[in-house]
Write a protein that binds this ligand. Structure first.
Ligand SMILES: [Zn+2]
Length: 315
């Protein structure tokens, strides 16, 4: 009898424990335009100190409702975003737009649905397909591992509404326009323009003062995307990680990608291996050595650039 009670108590304890992540402390939202506030997250990789919260969620306040873009990495990150939102408005969240498949940007959707069960969730159709297939679970697990359990209790709430390039959504008196370019950061990327504020939310298609990742993207697609962005006169760009700014941040990011890809391609053509060319490439990128993750990523970027240059040679 006592044994059974003990087992019941134990299982209750275990299930309570596994349901509770660590609350993410408040990060104040910064107003960047008339309707838009951004919570600039830490720029490190997910770890037990940042509790997995590392992206730039955007809060957009319209006439009678609020919109969120990229509500963070976990249930607790999403709850933190909603706490900041409630300091600004008591309008309900009706729409949530997701930039891409990487879980640090969207698993916070669970918190939005928890408080606003009718909120609509939008993403690139490939994001939705991949998340449903297996990547949602992959991201839930990897974030929990990297944070040593701080994101416990997070479950994937996958977007349902696919967006297409050029779509315009009229929400609460504002216009959200979708921009999709092929083969950029993850093949699931959608950028969102808030037309009335002349602001572009780029997701990880652009990062600033924080190294981008190219594990699933392409350098050439990224350069084309940056070129296209620079032909348009947005007042402000919000990158997936790092501070926002005017087009100078896109120019700086583009220069990194172009310098890396062109230098690597040239040295590879001259017969150098990734190991042999590393010092020369790093010297060319002196301006970027202070970017978060430079030492960690540069070797991988060189190897990936060689693979892409090899492929390009056969096209
Ligand atoms: Zn990403």
């Amino acid at each position: 009898m006592y044994k059974i009670k003990l087992l019941v108590l134990l299982s209750v304890f275990v299930s309570l424990k596994s349901a509770a992540g660590t609350p993410v402390p408040d990060f104040e939202a910064t107003q960047i335009s008339e309707h838009i506030y951004v919570i600039f997250g830490p720029t490190d990789r997910p770890n037990p100190e940042n509790l997995g919260f590392i992206n730039n969620p955007a809060i957009i306040i319209g006439a009678d409702s609020a919109i969120i873009i990229d509500p963070g990495s976990s249930l607790e990150s999403g709850r933190m975003v909603l706490r900041q939102l409630k300091k600004l408005t008591d309008k309900p969240v009706t729409d949530v737009f997701i930039s891409h498949i990487h879980g640090d940007h969207w698993l916070g959707s669970q918190a939005i649905r928890e408080q606003y069960p009718n909120a609509k969730l939008y993403a690139h159709p490939e994001m939705i397909r991949k998340a449903r297939e297996s990547e949602a679970q992959f991201w839930v697990e990897i974030l929990n591992t990297l944070t040593k359990g701080a994101t416990d209790g997070t479950e994937a709430v996958i977007p349902e509404i696919p967006v297409s390039n050029g779509d315009s959504y009229k929400i609460a008196g504002l216009t959200i326009r979708v921009h999709i370019m092929p083969a950029v950061h993850s093949f699931t990327d959608a950028m969102y323009e808030i037309v009335e504020d002349s602001v572009m939310i780029t997701g990880d298609n652009v990062t600033y003062k924080r190294m981008p990742r190219f594990d699933e993207g392409t350098f050439r697609g990224t350069i084309k995307m940056a070129d296209k962005l620079l032909t348009q006169n947005f007042t402000s760009f919000v990158p997936g990680h790092g501070p926002s700014g005017d087009k100078k941040i896109v120019e700086s990011f583009r220069k990194y990608v172009v310098t890396l890809y062109e230098t690597v391609s040239q040295l590879y053509e001259e017969g150098m291996s990734d190991f042999e060319m590393k010092d020369k490439v790093v010297a060319k990128l002196a301006d970027y050595q202070q970017w978060t993750g430079f030492q960690e990523q540069i070797g991988k970027h060189i190897s990936l650039a060689i693979l892409e240059a090899e492929k390009a040679a056969f096209e």
